[in-house]
Write a protein of this length. Structure first.
Length: 607
């Protein structure tokens, strides 16, 4: 099977519990990290499978800079490209000899083959309990040994020993074992799949699942979520810089990767290979990861070395090391997250999104209107929809996690009116709005009304709001004995998160499908009329391919202002036109002639 076929078989959706909700992924390593006043970060205890090296790596990843300012935290990271790591950090008062504080982290590594982030968050509660136990006396490591024996990956040697004790049990476990790509052996209690995209009735996301932060992500970034989504769709290198604690920032990394994934319904429309269906999440990174971050540049990675892991096609990561923000050769998009104390300010402090040259990125006017519609539609979900929603609003966590909104989520529409987040309205857009107001005086509906309806449809009909995949065929028959209003609110515990993901996946589908159709029509017309003018659906002349007059433009794709509008993009924004140009170049390897809006009166163009 080709790399592309394997890549397109992967899922873009949430890994939800399937069957036994207590099932935990096996671990490849368990370790205890202590901060020593003299020696610094030290690995006090460790166990790992053969050939897996932990020294000079996990101790730095498990204790990012600035954790001494918080009492507890969870850190997610990637180790050796094959493993996902999670560590539970605890900071407790201690004697003077320990500088009045005992800081430790209990962590584990899980193979990435078990799903996005290896589903390592399922071990979060267990690791947290271990940390609480060990902080009493770090020398008593028997609980760590027990944890390792319970959850470790079964090697071939382990299976042989068990087979000698009980041949039938040993054979059963051997049938469940599977060799990993790096030659090591792992087992799984069932067929691990990331294709579980639905949340059946009564099923919820497990505690500490990163997707629980999706509502907080929208509330934190506001309309800026859309330019961030576009950068992720272009597979840029995105670095989030903030302060400890880092769990929420790690969750944001997961969310951005999921939201910018390419649905399977359109992945086959993209001709270039190999292209990653999702942006590679690196989670927490520090100065020791600079070599890994540099590998994400398309300019530094030969095409022969690009892999399904996403090398050479960007990444998204978070860090508390401010020095990385000065290394602009490492990233394409820099996101500065305000410190946690800023949430006490009278006016909300928004993140800053900029390109590596220091130019700030703002949402378009279209993004601003789209965000308002999104918030309005999401208000139909009841507050505290998720059983674990209190994780981001409890009194204990509020003091440590930035940007938790103690008020009901999506109830503050005034935040969407913050003009500093959006580009200034262009003169052409203002002239068009004034002209349309004059030309359509007395009309009940306007273009903006139709635009809002168009955006709202991206959130509707998700199989009765049950978190269905946006590209999954919907049943034509309604469930008997249930009213439409009842079905519309039967979202299931993971419905809000799945609806947000489905919204962005539908937006991605809309953009890529529209561009694919444009390219197909353009190529067909070129093949049949030798590059003559292409006619639009109304019979009007659109554009002659290659009209720029140079051989380099002979393969160019014409995207009209109407096409931009169909994709839900801002026809008046140069940044959105640049986005389409980059998108066509990245996914199709073609140049694009992108036109914006225009104002005409009696056939005469005004602007």
């Amino acid at each position: 099977m080709s790399t592309a076929k394997r890549r397109r078989g992967h899922s873009l959706h949430l890994e939800l519990p399937n069957g036994n909700v207590e099932e935990l992924p096996p671990v490849a390593a368990v370790f205890l990290i202590l901060f020593d006043a003299k020696a610094g970060y030290t690995i006090a205890w460790k166990q790992s499978i053969s050939g897996l090296e932990l020294n000079e790596s996990v101790e730095y990843k498990s204790l990012p800079s600035g954790l001494h300012n918080v009492r507890k935290d969870f850190i997610y990271f990637v180790h050796d490209d094959d493993y996902a790591g999670i560590s539970a950090f605890l900071n407790e008062p201690a004697e003077d000899a320990d500088r009045n504080a005992l800081m430790l982290a209990v962590g584990a590594l899980v193979p990435l083959s078990y799903g996005r982030l290896g589903k390592c968050w399922k071990h979060a509660l267990g690791l947290e309990e271990l940390a609480k136990t060990l902080v009493q006396d770090p020398a008593k490591t028997q609980p760590l040994e027990d944890f390792w024996l319970t959850h470790k990956i079964q090697t071939e040697e382990d299976l042989q020993n068990e087979a000698a004790e009980s041949p039938s049990d040993g054979q059963a476990k051997r049938n469940q074992s599977q060799a990993s790509p790096n030659g090591k052996t792992r087992t799984r209690n069932r067929a691990i799949s990331t294709a579980s995209a639905l949340a059946p009735p009564g099923q919820s996301l497990s505690p500490h699942h990163p997707a629980l932060s999706l509502p907080v992500l929208l509330d934190t970034f506001g309309p800026l979520i859309f330019p961030l989504y576009k950068a992720a769709l272009l597979r840029k290198r995105i670095l989030l810089v903030g302060q400890a604690p880092v769990e929420l920032a790690c969750n944001f990394v997961y969310d951005i990767s999921v939201l910018s994934g390419i649905p399977s319904s359109v992945s086959d429309l993209l001709p270039l290979e190999p292209l990653p269906i999702r942006l590679r999440p690196l989670f927490a990174a520090g100065v020791h990861d600079m070599a890994t971050l540099a590998r994400g540049s398309r300019d530094t990675v030969p095409s022969s070395e690009t892999t399904d892991a996403g090398m050479g096609y960007g990444w998204v990561a978070c860090t508390t090391d401010d020095i990385l923000s000065l290394k602009d050769h490492l990233f394409d998009t820099l996101v500065t997250i305000p410190p946690s104390y800023s949430k006490q300010a009278k006016e909300k402090t928004w993140p800053r999104v900029e390109v590596k040259k220091g130019t700030e990125i703002r949402a378009t006017q279209r993004d601003l209107r789209r965000y308002r519609t999104l918030r309005r539609e999401l208000r139909r979900f009841p507050s505290g929809h998720s059983p674990h929603a209190s994780k981001y609003s409890s009194t204990e966590q509020t003091s440590e996690l930035p940007f938790e909104n103690t008020q009901e989520t999506y109830d503050d529409a005034s935040s969407t009116l913050d003009a500093q987040l959006a580009e200034a309205q262009s003169w052409s857009a203002l002239a068009y709005s004034s002209f349309m107001w004059w030309a359509s005086a007395g009309e009940k509906r306007t273009d903006l009304d139709e635009e809002a309806d168009h955006d709202a449809t991206l959130l509707r009909h998700f199989d009765n709001y049950r978190g269905d995949s946006p590209d999954r065929p919907r049943p034509t028959k309604k469930s008997p004995g249930r009213s439409p209003s009842r079905e519309a609110m039967d979202t299931g515990p993971a419905g809000l998160e799945m609806t947000i993901i489905g919204y962005f996946h539908r937006l991605t589908t809309l953009i890529l499908k529209t561009l694919s159709d444009i390219i197909d029509v353009s190529d067909y017309s070129n093949a049949n009329d030798g590059g003559n003018a292409i006619e639009d659906e109304n019979g009007g002349q659109m554009k002659r391919k290659g009209s720029a007059g140079s051989p380099e433009d002979a393969n160019a794709v014409y995207v009209s202002g109407e096409d931009m509008s169909c994709m839900g993009l801002d026809i008046w924004s140069e940044s959105d036109r640049d986005f389409v140009r980059e998108l066509v170049a990245f996914y199709w390897g073609r140049k694009a002639d992108v036109r914006g809006g225009r104002v005409e009166c009696c056939g005469v163009r005004i602007c």
